[in-house]
Ligand binder design. Structure first.
Ligand SMILES: [Fe+2]
Length: 213
């Protein structure tokens, strides 16, 4: 699986995408990358063979599909997948999809609002999820970090979930999605022997930050 390892190149792709569609997603992507690096460094200390550059760049590029403009639901995942796949980086392309599906390929039908997704996009996304049903550590870490960072910095899962819920609403499947994030968090915390929050400098500031809604 080919990932971008050159940070300068990954950053250039993000800068160009942000010029096409400037928004808070740019800083969010940088913060997701930083969170991923902190977590992966700790995981390597426990003996896992993971590459910090791969994790960092996967964070930088996970929302790259936003270059197309504001799109609801998982359409940005599809656009990101196509973009990275055409550049030849399948690993990064897959992360663009998996981070929107914290429950891996379980409950695909209820994992997104498919009513606003064109059938050919859904078909591709489902195919990618089925082929990559067991997320590797990079996919798990970026999925989790997507919920641990907003445009202002690091944040607790709870604060992020409520903020997203206030802005976009919740439905009967929201709790299933939330559980997916907690499962990944727990799995990593068992491995590193500490809370993930201990790894993210300044995360406590998110408690005092104004809730975005
Ligand atoms: Fe994101």
């Amino acid at each position: 699986m080919k990932f971008i390892t050159d940070r300068t190149y990954a950053r250039e792709l993000l800068e160009t995408a942000n010029q096409l569609n400037p928004g808070p997603w740019y800083k969010h992507s940088l913060n997701v990358a930083n969170a991923a690096e902190y977590i992966v460094i700790e995981m390597t200390k426990k003996g896992l063979h993971l590459d910090c550059d791969i994790a960092y760049n996967a964070g930088i590029l996970h929302d790259i599909g936003r270059y197309k403009g504001f799109t609801k639901s998982v359409i940005h995942s599809y656009d990101g997948y196509k973009f990275m796949d055409e550049l030849g980086y399948q690993g990064n392309a897959i992360v663009c999809v998996t981070h929107s599906f914290p429950n891996e390929n379980k409950d695909i039908e209820t994992a997104a609002d498919w009513t606003i997704v064109p059938p050919y996009m859904k078909e591709k996304l489902v195919e990618v999820l089925k082929v990559n049903s067991n997320y590797d550590w990079y996919n798990k870490v970026i999925t989790l970090c997507d919920a641990l960072a907003d445009e202002n910095g690091f944040t607790t899962l709870e604060k992020r979930f409520i903020s997203v819920g206030l802005r976009h609403g919740t439905d009967s499947n929201t709790a299933i999605r939330w559980k997916g994030f907690y499962e990944i968090k727990e799995e990593i915390e068992i491995l590193i022997g500490k809370s993930i929050y201990e790894l993210l400098p300044g995360i406590e500031l998110s408690i005092y930050a104004k809730m975005e809604y």
